[in-house]
Design a protein around this ligand. Structure first.
Ligand code: NAP
Length: 250
């Protein structure tokens, strides 16, 4: 039967200097993958890499600002070099989530949210999925959000960007799935990360609406990603997996 083990695989995780991405990088490395930790902040990146190496894992930091398509493509090429000619697993996790009324969003905010949340995954998949398909195997996980599933107040910009990512997940499953590349998404609910630290009590208030009644820890989202990229999920393709404490079920 399928296994969670990732020995011998090369995994690129974006936004791996913080929160869900850092927890995912650590989990995938623990399961044997060589993890390429992507982000902009090299001191945070270096400390994620150091933590992985301290436990005997294999990791390298790759700096990239994903707002520019050219830098996204460079990241993909650098990742292939560091991976010894291959990337087997891609986790599109880097993302920003500004909330607020539609009329208050500036043109630059709209452009940045779409550049990072939608266009960066698009270009990374364009760069990496064809080679995975040629090798006959690979796994891609896109990190969405529960608010891509329903209309939440103040989340039009963010939710719509992730709704695009969810359709891309299904479109890429159709496009690359027949050649062995499994493409799936996780839909987290509220998670305690560096990025949500500034929300204070609002995070718990949001989380209280779900059966679990609390925010998740980043490791709880990483566990779902770790499953989806592994052989244990060999027949899971094009799925949008809620990891939201039950919020979208009720
Ligand atoms: P976070 O703590 O805010 O960290 C964001 C990550 O994205 C950092 O590693 C950051 O790295 C990277 N990043 C930001 N801007 C970037 C840019 N321009 N270029 C390259 N990398 C950039 O994030 P998080 O809360 O763990 O969220 C991770 C993902 O989960 C996001 O896609 C988010 O939408 C989704 N999500 C989060 C929650 C939640 O409650 N936290 C809920 C549902 C979904 P650097 O600063 O090093 O560049």
């Amino acid at each position: 039967m399928g296994s969670l083990d990732l020995t011998g695989r090369v995994a690129l995780v974006t936004g791996a200097t913080s929160g869900i991405g850092a927890a995912t990088a650590e989990l995938l490395a623990q399961r044997g993958a060589h993890v390429l930790v992507a982000g902009r902040d090299s001191s945070r990146g270096d400390s994620v890499v150091a933590a992985i190496r301290a436990r005997g894992g294999k990791a390298d930091f790759v700096a990239a600002d994903l707002r520019e398509a050219q830098s996204v493509r460079q990241l993909a090429r650098r990742a292939v070099e560091l991976g010894g000619g291959r990337v087997d697993i891609l986790v599109n996790n880097a993302g920003i989530y500004p909330f607020g009324p539609t009329e208050k969003a500036t043109e630059s905010e709209v452009d940045t949210v779409y550049a990072l949340n939608v266009k960066a995954p698009f270009h990374l998949v364009a760069e990496l999925a064809p080679a995975m398909a040629e090798r006959g195997g690979g796994a891609i996980v896109n990190v969405s959000t529960m608010v891509a599933a329903y209309g939440a107040l103040g989340m039009a910009l963010y939710g719509s960007s992730k709704a695009a990512v969810e359709l891309l997940t299904k479109a890429w499953a159709a496009e690359y799935g027949p050649r062995g590349v499994r493409v799936n998404a996780v839909r987290p609910g509220p998670v305690r990360t560096e990025g949500t630290a500034g929300m204070g009590d609002d995070l718990s208030v949001l989380a209280a609406q779900a059966p679990a009644g609390r925010p998740a820890e980043p490791q709880e989202i990483a566990e779902a990603i770790g499953y989806l990229v592994s052989d244990a999920a060999s027949f899971v393709q094009g799925a949008l997996l809620p990891v939201d404490g039950g919020r979208t079920a009720v």
